[in-house]
Design a protein around this ligand. Sequence first.
Ligand SMILES: [Zn+2]
Length: 172
Amino acid sequence: MKAPVCRVCAITGVLCPSCSEKYRRGVLTDLDIEVAKHMFELEPRYQGLKDLEMVKSYQVKTRGGRDAVLVIVRHPSRLDPLFLQSLSKQLSNRLKRPARVVQESKDMRRLVSQIINPARVISVSTVWLPDGSIEYDVIVGRRDSNRMFLSLESVKSVLYEIVGQRVRFTFI
Ligand SMILES: [Zn+2]
């Protein structure tokens, strides 16, 4: 498994010069270290973690306002949703707050779906703004608006950090 922090640093909590530098620049956070530590510890139990890269972790809020953690991972092949679910559950237990592991994807629909599940995405479209920038418009069923894993604010801000574009939600 790869992570933004080395294995030894994550497990011991003592940062090597390279990890210290990342930490100082703010590209490596306490949350990243905490999540990486648990994932490295879980690695012997999960075959799927071997070729996986933990990209980044985000502090988010659930729909009910509880602190939660969203973890973005990268993998050369499409990860089984059941594997991601099981890993999320193990991480939640260890972090003592809801956690969800999501596979990075260029497919916006797949990315958003993983984040808001069990709410479902009806469609995603790209909107060109007059200033030349783009925005994504995600359509979700009205009844699914209260089934999203995270608060709408968290979903929007985390998506902005991941894809670098604004994402708006329309409930129909
Ligand atoms: Zn290190």
